[in-house]
Design a protein around this ligand. Structure first.
Ligand SMILES: [Zn+2]
Length: 252
């Protein structure tokens, strides 16, 4: 059979011709995939809104020589509470861009990444405040980096290997973790990380989207924004492709 079925989330699209588009998707079974949505730009298209960005579909694709063709799509989730809210749209676009930049074809972790993205989009969609949106994004950033092999070391100094407890430490995006104050005398890293912020990040990595810890309850927008920015810089620094959403975020 030349057809295959998979669940996939639309990340990006390109115009292919007057009526056709190429949709870049992250699929549950095959990681990053591309498919041609034939006739999608015509008003009576069968695929229509299901090919919009930030929609999860159950798809049937026909395997082509160069490009696969999307034959059928059934919407699983349109994350519709996101569509009226600029913050939710931007942060949802951001996490899909992270998946587009770090996801790979035939990804052995595709199921894990798909579920992380799906739940992240859902959590953002259901959020009732900016803090809730940011908590979902921070959890996504930390977990996605760990799955992609870019996990961050937050507990032991990367230089001397000692456990860093309740003392100040320094963060290096380039090294992928923390240095203790003593070792930083040689490195002079400028980014100081308070141990309470570190404890917060460790908790965010451990806890599921739905688990409400004390950290989630006490988090405020300032703390969340600092963490989001720190992780955003880390992710930018380790991505082979450049980011567009974060430039837009800065302009808003
Ligand atoms: Zn050290």
């Amino acid at each position: 059979m030349n057809n295959f079925v998979t669940d996939a989330i639309n990340l990006k699209s390109y115009n292919l011709s007057e009526s056709d588009k190429i949709i870049v998707m992250y699929s549950k079974d095959k990681g990053l995939i591309r498919g041609v949505a034939k006739g999608v730009k015509k008003p009576k298209s069968k695929l229509g809104a299901r090919m919009d960005l930030l929609v999860a579909n159950k798809l049937m694709l026909y395997k082509g020589k160069n490009l696969d063709r999307i034959c059928q799509a059934e919407a699983l989730n349109t994350f519709n509470k996101t569509r009226q809210d600029m913050d939710k749209i931007f942060y949802s676009m951001y996490i899909t861009e992270v998946v587009n930049n770090f996801g790979i074809e035939d990804d052995p972790c595709s199921k894990e990444v798909y579920e992380l993205l799906y739940k992240g989009l859902q959590k953002i969609s259901e959020s009732e405040s900016k803090v809730e949106i940011l908590l979902a994004v921070i959890k996504f950033q930390l977990k996605m980096m760990q799955i992609s092999g870019f996990g961050i070391e937050f507990e032991t100094c990367l230089c001397c290997g000692n456990r860093v407890k309740d003392e100040n430490m320094y963060f290096s995006s380039k090294l992928g973790g923390i240095l203790c104050g003593h070792c930083n005398e040689n490195y002079n890293l400028p980014v100081m990380l308070h141990y309470k912020l570190r404890d917060f990040l460790v908790a965010m990595l451990q806890f599921d989207y739905d688990y409400k810890s004390d950290y989630d309850e006490k988090a405020n927008e300032k703390v969340c924004t600092v963490c989001f920015e720190l992780l955003k810089d880390y992710i930018n620094g380790h991505s082979s492709k450049s980011f567009r959403t974060t430039d837009i975020l800065q302009e808003v």
